[in-house]
Design a protein around this ligand. Structure first.
Ligand code: BJW
Ligand code: ZN
Length: 255
């Protein structure tokens, strides 16, 4: 594993991407940080700096205090609504357009990849725009006013509380989405791992699976993470600065 500034390894990574038959990128909260969306685990500003994560991001937490959890998500709905994709999101959409067989897998529940132009993004932890009944599971469409209401609405079918369509601790990931992410990692010649602490499983296992299947794993992050030891190359810096440079280099090769 090599940890260097962006200049050295980017040309080599771009060449690997350009000759790859398939590649995959796993993103985490760090890729949206430069859009003003706090990450989860930043001690000062992180989304969980005021609360115990298990209290907020779990079925028990929602049952114990639905209004608190709903309002926490309401703040995030508003933050994402006000945010715009940053150069990192845009660069990933450029990579997806330039490269054959490029899959974007994200742990993020925002829609900033899509708003930057990425298609078919695999949202492993669900989406902030999806809702369903806590009790009967019926999917529910909510307009923005309902999503920003002070309390969760109730289900028309069973009067259960409506919950965000995200994956909380202790819940299984959607099997189809996991299959898609798993297959992309098995097939990839190169894997980019961008803006994730690698603390949350099973998403954190994906770079390990890709590496075991022969992929060259590249971490883009300002800091060391749980996944650093698994990376073949580490590029230290912000995704909004590194990824546009990488996309420039790839476009120069493939055009
Ligand atoms: C930048 C940057 C810039 C900053 N540019 N980078 C013990 C061992 C192993 C597993 C477990 C265990 N105990 C429990 C578990 C299982 C549990 C788990 O993994 N827990 C760990 C915390 C230990 N996992 C689960 O429960 C999963 N389900 C499961 O395992 O099912 C089986 C099961 C069933 C029953 C019982 C037990 C198991 C589900 C996990 C769902 C996670 N959901 C959340 C919330 C989603 C909804 C929401 O958004 O509210 O997903 S948790 C939260 O963490 C969210 C994120 O997607 C996820 C990952 O966080 P991420 O993206 O990595 O963000 P951060 O903040 O951690 O890191 C940001 C990074 O960005 C940092 O590295 C910065 O340096 C970097 N950065 N600026 C680039 N500009
Ligand atoms: Zn219901």
């Amino acid at each position: 594993m090599r940890a260097t500034g962006p200049e050295g390894p980017l040309a080599a990574i771009a060449r690997r991407l350009a000759r790859a038959e398939a590649s995959v990128c796993l993103t985490g909260a760090g890729v949206s940080a430069e859009s003003g969306i706090p990450t989860f685990r930043d001690a000062a500003t992180g989304l969980w700096s005021r609360f115990d994560p298990e209290q907020l991001a779990s079925v028990d937490g929602f049952r114990n205090n639905p209004n608190l959890v709903w309002r926490w998500y309401r703040e995030r709905v508003q933050a994402v609504q006000d945010a715009r994709p940053n150069p990192g999101h845009i660069a990933l959409a450029r990579l997806a357009r330039s490269l054959e067989g490029f899959t974007t897998v994200t742990q993020n529940v925002d829609d900033l990849h899509e708003r930057a132009g990425s298609a078919d993004v695999v949202h492993l932890h669900g989406r902030l725009t999806a809702y369903r009944c806590l009790e009967c599971g019926t999917p529910v469409q909510l307009d923005l006013a309902q999503r920003l209401a002070a309390e969760p609405p109730v289900c028309a079918a069973c009067a259960g509380l409506i919950r965000p369509g995200v994956v909380w601790f202790g819940e299984l990931l959607d099997a189809n989405l996991w299959e898609q992410a798993y297959a992309a990692c098995q097939q990839a010649d190169v894997m980019l791992v961008v803006g994730t602490s690698g603390l949350v499983w099973p998403a954190a296992e994906l770079p390990l699976l890709a590496r075991r299947a022969g992929a060259h794993v590249v971490e883009v992050n300002p800091e060391d993470t749980e996944l650093t030891g698994w990376a073949d190359t580490c590029v230290r810096g912000r995704s909004g600065e590194i990824l546009p440079l990488l996309a420039d280099q790839v476009e120069r090769i493939v055009s």
